[in-house]
Write a protein that binds this ligand. Sequence first.
Ligand SMILES: [Zn+2]
Length: 152
Amino acid sequence: MQTTITKPVGHRKQQEIILSTLRSLPDLLDPEMCKTWLLSKFHPEGPACNVCGSQLSEKCAASFRKLSRVHCAACGHQFNAWTGTLLQGSQISPVDFMLIRVALAAGLGGVGMIQLTGRTRQFVTTWPHKIQQFNETYGEASGEQNGPFSPL
Ligand SMILES: [Zn+2]
């Protein structure tokens, strides 16, 4: 019996491969698709006030989809599409969110995450928790389908 033995790639080498692969990803991801996908996760019912539940006017809904702050005509509440979600107050783009999510799923370590994102250690230690929370709420385990990474 003949077997081909593949030498296992070392951890450091594996991290380099993951990192170099992920570095090309932001240019390949469509920012609009990433944003639309996240909006569909956080707001499956569409744009609405997160206080009183009123549907937004067409004009407000368009601003909402652009991640601009909107004003609810019914109750006066001001908010944007990330208000009340784990992206509230975050300074990362939908593309960055997707990149970090894939990097974590690929097992990229802390140092690699810093190299990939150019962010601080604090940022890199905060986001795995947020992504895990996202995955538990909106991810595969909760029946994720037709995301940007689904096979055609
Ligand atoms: Zn309202």
